[in-house]
Design a protein around this ligand. Structure first.
Ligand code: FMN
Length: 207
């Protein structure tokens, strides 16, 4: 089993990163092969809105984008995986621009005919909910603000999964990042570790 994590924080040693790594460590402890992608280290250009990837031959598992950067290889890894961890800090009430840029460029996993305007695309390879995903959001606003700060981010990161037919198994919001003690962070890391274990269990249930 292969679980991949995509980190939307530019701080590769920050709290969000540590939580995502804890989830991947949990998944690995439960038998998965894991990989941690720091999106800040990847060459991901802005989507230019041509929709060529979206309209590309529906027989292709990944629609071809004319931009030649790291996104093609990231989508290959994504397609190979059985489960996902997406993690982003809240920036200005939403996911980071870095995570958003990655999400926009992921649209090549869906297909829509140019002859069917104003319709929603369909997954090129529907996962039939056998693939599972875990979402992690960190914010400086305390845990009570989960609904205001966390939910828009969960919705944004999980939106493609509805189309791709990936089941979200858990959404973890960790607030008050500026005041978390090392003990608090360790406690949250343990929760993320357990969520990583549960992610693998959920994938295993399907096979
Ligand atoms: C530009 C910027 C905007 C931010 N906006 C918010 C916000 O709207 N709500 C919030 O709760 N935290 C906000 N924060 C705090 C970050 O979410 C917090 O520092 C981050 O989750 C910590 O994770 P990290 O260690 O991975 O950076 C913001 C931080 C920055 C740098």
């Amino acid at each position: 089993m292969y679980i991949v994590g995509f980190l939307g924080s530019p701080r590769t040693k920050g709290i969000c990163s540590r939580l995502m790594q804890a989830a991947l460590d949990g998944a690995q402890s439960n038998g998965a092969t894991v990989k941690h992608f720091d999106l800040i280290k990847c060459n991901i250009q802005h989507c230019m809105g041509c929709c060529k990837c979206l309209f590309d031959d529906p027989a292709r598992a990944i629609g071809r984008c004319p931009i030649k950067d790291d996104m093609g290889a990231l989508l290959e890894e994504y397609s190979r995986a059985d489960g996902y961890v997406f993690a982003s800090p809240v920036y200005d009430g939403a996911v980071t621009a870095l995570m958003k840029k990655y999400l926009e460029r992921k649209i090549g996993l869906t297909h829509r005919s140019p002859d069917a305007p104003a319709t929603i695309g369909a997954a090129r390879v529907p996962a039939e909910f056998k693939k599972k995903g875990l979402l992690i959001v960190t914010g400086n606003c305390p845990d009570e603000y989960r609904e205001v700060m966390g939910d828009p981010c969960f919705e944004q990161m999980g939106a493609h999964w509805m189309i791709e037919q990936v089941e979200t198994v858990e959404q973890i919001y960790v607030g008050g990042t500026e005041v978390l003690s090392e003990a608090d962070i360790e406690n949250r890391r343990q929760k993320a570790f357990q969520a990583g274990i549960a992610l693998v269990d959920a994938v295993n249930k399907e096979t």
